[in-house]
Design a protein around this ligand. Sequence first.
Ligand SMILES: C[S@@+](CC[C@H](N)C(=O)[O-])C[C@H]1O[C@@H](n2cnc3c(N)ncnc32)[C@H](O)[C@@H]1O
Length: 217
Amino acid sequence: MDKYYSIPNNLAAYAEQHTTGPSALLNRLERETYLKEINPRMLAGHYQGRLLTMISQMIRPKAVLEVGTFTGYSALCLAEGLQEGGVLHTIEVNEELEKRAKTYFERANKSHQIQMHIGDACEIIPTLDEVFDLVFLDADKQSYKRYYELVFDKVRNGGFIITDNVLWNGKVLEEVQDKETAAIHAFNQLLQADERIENILLPVRDGIMIARKKLNS
Ligand SMILES: C[S@@+](CC[C@H](N)C(=O)[O-])C[C@H]1O[C@@H](n2cnc3c(N)ncnc32)[C@H](O)[C@@H]1O
């Protein structure tokens, strides 16, 4: 599969070869996504999926929020680390994606823990009455700043906000930037200047920003 990596492809392949593989169910979901969706590359996939699972298992969250469900791959990866009785809310604007995602949540025996919301995340986030340990932002890039502002007060002190695609195919380095690239660059700068958090930009796949809300923020 053709993917963007910020490291040479052979090293990326080596890293994948030395990373635990996904479950048969996740493989099936990935295959189905590539067969049936117009833009299947939006799916997190094996390597990033395992990273999200590992992070979630390290945090053992009670409540997770994902913005941008797509076919449900990353939601399933993040749900692997949930505490017993924990919940993952995932928001998707495209209602046509609901049925398949929910089918896979059931097949994974996670439907009691994953609540899928259909609609614009900017409208749904304010309605969620939850304190999140972990948030994963992976929807419309031009709305990243808005998502961040909307979720911030819903994240517990010491909690994490992870954002995908913050290197945007390397385009954040270009001098003349299209709207999406400019929005992502502005988002990265916003977080870098935000004294309420500690942050690290990982050059993994398309760039993953991890922000931790300081304990005294
Ligand atoms: C990159 S895909 C998510 C991929 C998914 N997290 C994964 O790794 O498998 C982005 C998704 O965000 C959805 N999206 C875009 N704008 C949105 C919005 N305002 N609210 C909710 N979802 C949105 C898109 O329809 C798309 O399915």
